[in-house]
Design a protein around this ligand. Structure first.
Ligand code: DGL
Length: 265
C-alpha cells in the first residue's frame, strides 16, 4: 500500500509557500499540508517566550491530526527560536529554516551582506552564530521589517502594492553605515521571496537576493529519499488556526500552489 503520509509545512502566514514551491517541484507526488497560524500572525513582533510556547504546542496538534512523515518549519522566526523545542517535543523528523548567511558569504564580493528578516529573527543569537561561523570576514548588516511581511500577505490576497513602500523598507537596510557596499541580501523571512520581484525593482542598485527555499527543498528530498509516494498526489490542504474572511481571500493563491482544500484547525 502506498504511503500517503504528507509533508507538513508550517508558518505564521503565507511565507512558507516560498519553501513549499521548490519542494513541490522536486517531489511532485508528495501529499502536502500547509499550516498557517493565522491566529498567531505576525510572529515577527512577538516575544521569544510566546513563540517558544506556541509553536511546539501547535505542531503537536497538527502532527496528531495529519500524521506527517516530515515537518518543515517554513518560518525563520519560529525556527531560530523554537526549532530545538519542537525537536525535543515531537517524534517526527523536523526541518527548520535558518537565514541563508552561508551561501550569501560564498557569493559576496564586497564582503558586506544584508540580512532582511523579521524584528524577532534579526535579534536572535542564532544569527550571530551563523555570521561568526560562515561570514566571519564579512560585515553583516541587519534590518527587521514587519511591513514587508504585510506586503507579502497583501500580494497573495491579490492587492496592488505601492513600490514606494518597498523602497522605504530597503532604505532601512541600505541606509545603514556600510549599506552602500552590500552586494548580497539574505531574505531571512520566508515571506520575502514572495515579493522578490518588487524588492529587486526597489533596490537602489542591482544586488543579489537569496533565500533558503531551494536548499531546504533539496534537504527534504534527501531526507525522504527512497520513501514511497502515492501514484497520484492528493489535493493539498491549507489549514488555518483562524479561518476568517482574510484567510478565505487567500484561497485562489493557495490553489495555485496545489493547496485546494481549506480547513480550520
Ligand atoms: N514567515 C515568517 C519568517 O520566516 C514570519 C513572518 C511573521 O509572522 O512575522 O520569519
Amino acid at each position: 500500500m502506498a504511503d500517503t503520509r504528507p509533508i507538513l509545512f508550517f508558518d505564521s502566514g503565507v511565507g512558507g509557500l516560498s519553501v513549499l514551491a521548490p519542494t513541490r517541484t522536486l517531489l511532485p507526488q508528495a501529499p502536502l499540508v500547509y499550516a498557517a497560524d493565522s491566529a498567531g500572525f505576525p510572529y515577527g513582533t512577538r516575544s521569544e517566550a510566546e513563540i517558544a510556547a506556541r509553536v511546539p504546542a501547535l505542531l503537536g496538534r497538527l502532527a496528531e491530526r495529519y500524521r506527517p512523515r516530515l515537518i518543515v518549519i517554513a518560518c525563520n522566526t519560529a525556527s531560530t527560536i523554537a526549532l530545538a523545542h519542537v525537536r525535543a517535543a515531537l517524534d517526527v523528523p523536523i526541518v527548520g529554516t535558518v537565514p541563508a548567511i552561508k551561501p550569501a558569504a560564498a557569493l559576496s564580493r564586497t564582503r558586506v551582506i544584508g540580512v532582511l528578516g523579521t524584528d524577532a529573527t534579526v535579534r536572535q543569537p542564532y544569527v550571530d552564530k551563523l555570521a561568526a561561523e560562515f561570514a566571519a570576514d564579512c560585515t553583516v548588516i541587519r534590518h527587521g521589517s514587519a511591513e514587508l511581511v504585510q506586503l507579502a500577505e497583501a500580494k497573495l490576497r491579490g492587492e496592488s502594492l505601492d513600490p514606494a513602500r518597498f523602497r522605504t523598507v530597503l532604505d532601512g537596510l541600505f541606509g545603514q553605515p556600510g549599506g552602500e557596499r552590500i552586494d548580497v541580501v539574505v531574505n531571512a523571512c520566508t515571506h520575502f521571496p514572495l515579493v522578490e520581484e518588487e524588492l529587486d525593482a526597489a533596490a537602489p542598485r542591482p544586488v543579489r537576493f537569496i533565500d533558503g527555499g531551494p536548499g531546504i527543498a533539496r534537504r527534504i528530498a534527501h531526507l525522504t529519499g527512497g520513501q514511497d509516494w502515492p501514484g497520484m498526489p492528493a489535493p493539498g490542504i491549507a489549514v488555518f488556526t483562524r479561518l476568517d474572511a482574510a484567510a478565505q481571500t487567500l484561497a485562489p493563491a493557495f490553489a495555485r500552489y496545489g493547496l485546494e482544500r481549506i480547513e480550520a484547525l
